[in-house]
Write a protein that binds this ligand. Structure first.
Ligand SMILES: [Zn+2]
Length: 158
């Protein structure tokens, strides 16, 4: 049985959200995003690090004791660690599964690096980036039109 090893390493949960296929070492980054969202402050979170993974060699894994993770948080995670799998578990079975890819349009989730950008000068103007390439590795600020590497931009903490 191929799966028996995984069952031993990663205890199954009855109900919850599992964030899987996080590259080893990036679990902390995902955790940081989660704790920035106020709605997550009462949620029990566990981080597992350095599990064996066929796909990644080693991976981190996060479990959340909750039954629904908002699309906004999923989007936020996808910007910082693209390509993680988000699974909703019900009665020990994976009920639904999505791979979190960054969206082509990113509204109010990132801070523009240009200090003179209107989004940094006027607090009521929300940041807005659009993807430049298909892989969404570079994005362009709608307001100042500067182009940035996605991983170089800081998430919005508000
Ligand atoms: Zn800008």
């Amino acid at each position: 049985m191929k799966d028996s090893e995984n069952v031993m390493l990663i205890p199954k949960i009855k109900l919850g959200i599992v964030i899987d296929h996080i590259p080893a070492g990036d679990g902390i980054k995902v955790l940081e995003i989660i704790t920035r969202h106020e709605e997550m402050h009462e949620v029990v979170v566990s981080l597992g690090q350095n599990y064996k993974s066929k796909k990644l060699g080693r991976k981190d894994l996060i479990k959340l004791q909750m039954d629904y993770l908002s699309p906004e948080i999923i989007q936020h995670i996808s910007l910082v660690v693209p390509g993680v799998t988000i699974k909703a578990v019900k009665n020990y079975d994976v009920h639904s599964k999505v791979v979190a890819h960054p969206p082509k349009e990113i509204k109010n989730l990132l801070v523009c690096k240009n200090p003179n950008c209107v989004t940094n000068l006027e607090s009521h103007i929300e940041s807005y980036f659009t993807a430049v390439d298909k892989e969404i590795k570079t994005v362009k600020c709608y307001y100042c039109e500067r182009v940035f590497e996605l991983h170089a931009l800081e998430p919005n903490v508000d």
